[in-house]
Design a protein around this ligand. Structure first.
Ligand code: ADP
Ligand code: MG
Length: 696
């Protein structure tokens, strides 16, 4: 239960001044539904009104705050709406006009009564060599001067919400901040020179200059650290809970592994062996495995997974492997089939397409333990899927799933199922910590030997016809090519249409050797086309990003990506990874539509310069920020309000160590600091993690 002290922060934003039913939706879309969300809505700029010149010395373009006497009002000749209403003001250095369009004279007479003194603040303009000010931002009496914020935060806005409305609401939200207990270690705070949480938050909303907006300002660092600690502590609690459940000691005999190793025409790389040794260590240990296996596309994770599953089977138990798409699940089945057959392991497939009698039969042999390894899609999650004795669950290509699904799948085996998550998207270290901090990490950093580098070229779309000529020659000598159509974020339909158009264009040139797959086709249709491409019956595969993940056709050596400037680095890297998998020399054509933004240019250049997924991932984070990196929404990656994983990478490392230390000393968060930390977890809405303390 959320502590009472936080209740005011989790009230609806409609409790704040100026937010009625009409504003609610807009502000909610902008910041969030709760008072707290407005506290987290940070200024993106400042307006500095501290410049207080005389009229005669006021500089053009500056925001100025000036004390003036009000002179005469000059209304435009009646009927001429395009001319402004002017109010002349003066001080002992000169005079200037205040300019109002579409003025309401009675209102202006009230605000600016002739002969009185007022303080005005706004931008100085020059008109026919004389200063003037159009629509001052503020008009105040001298008595009201204290109300004028001399430095004003400027917040990111949305349609229909003005700066004034938002400022007022946020001021109201900040007033709701309760007197929070200190959850950080006092010695650490002192060493960093940080204020309390409330002071830091107040400072962030009352910036005095641009330096205060810097993520590295002390106030922002304090808040970022709190947020990162909440994230790391939550993951540490999940981890503690998972580790506490006794795992099973899976000790393989090595017999099946030997048979598999005899079948594969290569030996494992050093990196593969290292990863396998780490996995074996976890399998044998009495605790439960929670491990992330990171390895670039083509680094050979599948064989590592199979050898791990073989151990589970040797120990008389079952293993499951889940892929995010049907194509991938089928492909795993095909890769694994001959090896399993040779070793005498029984292997089956379960996707959404297995139905009726087939499915029933499959489920009953699964429950009877006649199936050793089950490969599938998220259909494996369905309630009636019951294993006899599942000891190892492997999740492939997992950046689309979050902590929830990890817990869900491991639940299938009852207590103690070992979980191995494999991801082909190399994730920067910082992001690995925030998203997978509950797991141990193995990295395959080396590719199998003999891979040829991929020749990557960047071409403007205007060179399309040259490229098609080149493709003609390559196809004539037996090459196979992917042709990826532009990413259209908004609509799968538009994306499919773009692909259809390109398909028609290429078919007119290359005839029946062209095929197409996109997200709007039925799974069976897609598979049929993929099969043709694998068999070589078609040699150009036009595709949307459905082929992004995992597809393996070693004979394909050409990758064309249209509108490459629309794709993120991680995605370009994934797509390019579809080629360069066989013995043939591969190339990748990045077709772009100019003009290129600076970021797009930087992205394409990185693609040309390196194939190392880990370097690409770090660059991607630097260029785009963590939020966008993998598409946060679908990826289950956490979002941060204060923390910036590029600027605060060092703080994250500290928070990570701190969290583990806290859990070691006070696993139930019972001490005074522990209690305060609970409040912090609730404040940052990590409620779920707290449940693990009690039920653990
Ligand atoms: P990914 O890590 O992308 O899942 P895969 O497991 O699909 O990579 O492996 C890519 C290709 O490399 C496969 O054809 C696989 O048989 C091959 N491979 C894996 N390990 C090795 C190795 N040690 N030596 C040579 N080829 C290997
Ligand atoms: Mg794979």
């Amino acid at each position: 239960m959320r502590p009472e002290i936080l209740f005011p922060l989790f009230k609806s934003i409609t409790s704040l001044p100026g937010i009625g039913p009409r504003m609610e939706k807009r502000v909610e879309d902008l910041a969030g539904p709760h008072v707290a969300d407005l506290c987290w809505h940070l200024p993106a700029g400042v307006v500095d009104r501290r410049y207080q010149p005389k009229i005669g010395e006021a500089k053009e373009g500056e925001i100025a705050t000036i004390t003036v006497n009000i002179g005469s009002h000059i209304a435009p000749p009646s009927g001429n709406k395009r001319l402004p209403y002017r109010v002349w003001v003066n001080d002992d250095s000169g005079d200037m006009a205040l300019v109002f369009f579409h003025a309401r004279p009675d209102y202006l007479h009230r605000m600016l009564p002739e002969g009185e003194t007022r303080i005005i603040s706004g931008k100085i303009e020059m008109f026919q060599d004389a200063p003037q000010m159009s629509h001052p931002d503020h008009i105040l009496t001298e008595a009201e001067l204290d109300n004028l914020p001399l430095v004003e935060p400027v917040y990111p806005l949305t349609q229909g919400v003005t700066q004034k409305v938002l400022q007022k609401a946020i001021r109201g939200a900040l007033k709701q901040l309760p007197d929070l207990p200190e959850w950080q270690d006092p010695a650490w705070l002192e060493k960093q020179g940080w204020d309390t949480f409330n002071q830091a938050l107040a400072r962030t909303h009352a910036p005095e200059d641009l330096a205060d907006l810097d993520p590295n300002s002390p106030a922002r660092c304090r808040l970022a650290f709190d947020e990162l600690l909440a994230n790391q502590l939550a993951l540490a609690l999940v981890r503690l809970r998972m580790k506490k459940q006794p795992g099973r000691k899976i000790i393989g005999t090595g017999t099946l592994r030997k048979k598999i190793e005899a079948e594969i025409p290569f030996s494992l790389t050093h990196a593969q062996n290292m990863a396998l040794a780490e996995i074996d260590g976890d399998l044998k240990a009495p605790w439960r495995m929670l491990r992330l296996l990171q390895g670039d596309v083509g680094s050979g994770k599948t064989i590592v997974a199979l050898l791990a599953m073989a151990s589970a089977v040797e120990a008389g138990t079952q293993a499951a492997m889940m892929a995010p798409t049907e194509i991938l699940a089928r492909q795993h089945l095909e890769t694994l089939s001959p090896l399993c057959e040779a070793a005498g392991i029984s292997l089956a497939l379960l996707t959404g397409r297995e139905k009726g009698k087939t499915r029933e039969a499959l489920l009953s042999s699964l429950a009877a333990g006649e199936i050793d390894i089950l490969v599938g899609t998220h259909a494996l999650f369905q309630d009636d899927v019951a294993f006899k004795n599942l000891s190892l669950a492997i999740v492939d290509e997992q950046h689309r799933f979050g902590v929830h699904q990890r817990l869900q799948l491991s639940g299938k085996g009852g207590a103690g199922t070992d979980v191995l998550v494999m991801t082909a998207t190399p994730i920067p270290r910082t992001l690995t910590l925030t998203a997978y901090g509950d797991m141990d990490v193995s990295r395959i950093t080396e590719k199998p030997p003999g891979r040829l580098p991929i020749d990557t070229r960047i071409l403007p779309i205007e060179r399309l016809s040259d490229m098609v000529e080149g493709l003609k020659r390559a196809l004539a000598s037996g090459a196979r090519a992917y042709w990826v159509c532009p990413l259209v974020e908004e609509s799968e339909l538009v994306q499919a249409t773009a692909a259809e158009d390109r398909y028609a264009f290429l078919k007119a040139i290359f005839g029946d050797t062209v095929g197409i797959v996109h997200g709007r086709m039925k799974a069976a249709e897609k598979d049929a086309v993929m099969q043709k491409f694998i068999a070589g019956d078609i040699s150009v595969l036009v595709a949307t990003t459905v082929i992004e993940v995992g597809v393996n056709v070693p004979e394909a050596t050409i990758m064309v990506i249209e509108h490459a400037e629309r794709f993120g680095l991680a995605q370009l890297h994934q797509l390019r990874g579809r080629v360069g998998r066989g013995s043939g020399k591969s190339s990748c054509m990045l077709l772009y539509q100019g003009p290129l933004s600076e970021t797009a240019q930087a992205r394409l250049k990185i693609m040309r310069d390196t194939e190392d997924g880990f370097i690409i991932a770090e660059e991607d984070l630097r260029l785009r920020g963590a939020g966008e990196l993998l598409g946060t929404r679908q990826s289950g990656l956490p979002t941060f309000h204060f923390a910036d994983l590029v600027s605060h990478a060092n703080l994250l490392a500290v928070a990570h160590d701190d969290a583990r230390l806290i859990i070691e000393r006070d696993p139930e968060l019972q001490s005074d600091r522990g209690q305060a930390l609970r409040t912090m977890l609730y404040l940052f809405e990590r409620d779920e993690a707290i449940r693990f303390i009690r039920s653990g």
